[in-house]
Design a protein around this ligand. Sequence first.
Ligand code: BDR
Ligand code: CA
Length: 327
Amino acid sequence: MSTKKKVILDCDPGHDDAFGIMLAVQHLDVLGITTIGGNCTLENVTRNAIKTLEVLGKADEIGVYAGHSCPMAVPLVTAPNFHGETGLDGPVLPEPTHTAREQHAVDFIVDTVMANDDVTIIATGPLTNVAAALNREPRIAERVSEICVMGGSVTFGNWTPAAEFNIFVDPEAAYRVFNCGAHVKMTGINLTRQCCIGIEHMEEFRKIGTKAANFAADLTDFFIQQDIKEGEPPIACMHDACAVAWIIDPSLIVAAPMHIDVELNGALTRGMTVCDYRHLRGVDPKVDIERDAQMSYRGEEPNAEGALELDFPGFMELLYSTLKNYD
Ligand code: BDR
Ligand code: CA
């Protein structure tokens, strides 16, 4: 029996999602990959997930299950400005020979979590599939080990000043997930912006020279061109890979318990993750005058952990060794 942690990876590849897949497939027991319309259309992100598994030689073993094509309450917003027209521009890969499994992603999540103890859901796209699974079978919240989300932020946004892309795309779904009762790990962009891969890392990938490492280099080559800022070296943040790395090796990330909720209505803040870093929720400031000194959970218990600091050298060590081990 595998001693690896059992996970479902719900994603929208996406360059950084593909890095997440590379890490997950080697270090975790990936029960299945579910896809969600996000960075690109559902059709494209599903194809990209299959292509990535084919590069890694794992497409026979690990099924890809297509999920929802758009959010619960609003039209889909995609990110071709970062991931190109296909959602995975850059690497030149043949058309995949595998296809997605018949089962819908939401059915797969429900059946798999109900049939297996201690499954962790890692979600690196909009949270539509996970929320739909929770709506279909609310007992999932008690059954899962935890839900590790790449999305949101303890500080600033990236799609709007307040909101990060994955949460912005489907805030209603994110609200459902953060309020489901399961323990949520939030790998927000305040953390993932500490995971910047540049030219020197890309050159290391090329030196490693395995098929997976060359794929990683080609992905990076495209991705770093998308967000060039004048006077700064080209870099790409591997957001989604951080969420996967956190499950593989929790020591790579320093986090703090906090209550996290999602703003649905703010004219300027829709999709913002409101992080109760100082445990103020449910506390009456007039009565509880000692709260600042105490910093204890006088109000509501935290529902989440917000990631704060990444051990970037440790992350790169994990990534390099993973890419070396692929051939
Ligand atoms: C998130 O948005 C997507 O473009 C990335 O794949 C990542 O999941 C970062 O905000
Ligand atoms: Ca993603």
